[in-house]
Design a protein around this ligand. Structure first.
Ligand SMILES: [Zn+2]
Ligand SMILES: [Zn+2]
Length: 149
């Protein structure tokens, strides 16, 4: 279950502000993604929900809703959708490294890298006279595990 009360509040607020409620099935779906260490696809999320009698349609519908209201971020790798919680800071930049062999997604969280990307975003904003709202960068590679094989 989710243990950070502020995270639950922020998720509830995002839903409420768009006129939706944090229902029991929605709470279960979010909890599973919240407690997962890795990015999950629909099959994996659904697999963990089966014992709670939450149907596949409900999962699909709510993942779409969570994405619309800014609770979840969807990352598409080789035509498979993976989900993670959306970060809350204003200047959102997301960098992922994908393994092209096993589809593993690695989050890049190093401040130095993200700071440089933010600089790049503001440079592009200036050059094109626009305001980029969010960015997602996916870099292709082979992960350490696959490299060993
Ligand atoms: Zn790999
Ligand atoms: Zn991620």
């Amino acid at each position: 279950m989710m243990n950070n009360i502020n995270d639950i509040k922020s998720i509830k607020n995002k839903l409420n502000s768009k006129g939706y409620k944090l229902t029991a099935p929605r709470y279960k779906i979010i909890s599973i993604i919240y407690n997962s260490k890795k990015h999950m696809n629909i099959d994996e999320i659904y697999g963990k929900l089966k014992c709670y009698k939450v149907g596949l349609c409900t999962v699909y519908r709510n993942l779409k809703l969570f994405e619309e209201v800014g609770i979840l971020r969807r990352i598409n790798i080789n035509n498979i959708n993976y989900y993670e919680l959306e970060k809350t800071d204003d200047n959102r930049v997301h960098v992922h490294i994908e393994c092209k062999l096993c589809n593993e997604l690695i989050d890049v969280n190093e401040e130095e890298v993200l700071d440089n990307l933010k600089k790049l975003v503001s440079l592009i904003n200036k050059k094109y006279n626009i305001q980029i709202e969010s960015s997602s960068l996916i870099l292709s590679s082979v992960c350490g595990e696959c490299n060993k094989r």
